[in-house]
Design a protein around this ligand. Sequence first.
Ligand SMILES: C[S@@+](CC[C@H](N)C(=O)[O-])C[C@H]1O[C@@H](n2cnc3c(N)ncnc32)[C@H](O)[C@@H]1O
Length: 253
Amino acid sequence: MTTAGTAQGAADAHIDQRFVAGFLGDRAALERYEQEVRASRLVEHLERQAEVFWSTVQGVTTRGHRYNTGRVTGRAGYGEGIRLYAILRHLRATVAVETGVCNGVSSAFLLLALERNGGGTLHSIDLPEFTGEEYDAGAFWEGKGGAVVPEGKEPGWMIPEHLRGNWELILGRTQDELPPLLERLRSIDAFVHDSEHSYECMSFEFGHAWRTLRPGGALIADDVNVNAAFAEFAAEQAREPVPLGAKMSFLVK
Ligand SMILES: C[S@@+](CC[C@H](N)C(=O)[O-])C[C@H]1O[C@@H](n2cnc3c(N)ncnc32)[C@H](O)[C@@H]1O
């Protein structure tokens, strides 16, 4: 991303350096992956979708949180997206699982990588919150922020049409849907957590995903700073976390 000379640029450069040293091993590989994403015009597509989002939901709040897309769009978010893309490309992944889709920004980068790998499936689980809808107390976990899907749109609506052929979306709670999904898949190349960031849910997802990950596969999590679940899990597995963003990180099995 063109963030050179800015505070975001310095943060991105530092994360890229640790990402290359801790995983890719080769700076040129990251540049090749960045170039592939740039050539796809995915970022421009997502920018247009983000404008649609903000034109429909601006300024409104839910349970005291301002409505948001669920992912930082703009350069910080797309830097993370490119690193997600690079992980799946580097692993030559064909089977990936993610929890937490919302409008589909991370899903789009993962699906682009699978397409470029020659095919495969992204299996995603999401319990969406829609703007303008009334929910019972307890419908979502108590720490949930303002990540919402605009009324009239489907979860993942930002994903480009041509990438949807490799996508399976399961609507429901990860606590119910993840174990049977992983049992069905038997082995996965990568897992991405971005759903309920409670200690209990993150620990639950990491335990199930790790058992199903193939050796060398990646366990990726967003919001690793909100509680001790990721740090504890990394220590238990004796793995060194590799950063992907300000609060996104991953472990290699
Ligand atoms: C932070 S957003 C995901 C953002 C997405 N990864 C992206 O990059 O655009 C979190 C999503 O997880 C959903 N969610 C919250 N609790 C969940 C649960 N228990 N099971 C599944 N999804 C959940 C939220 O409603 C929301 O759609």
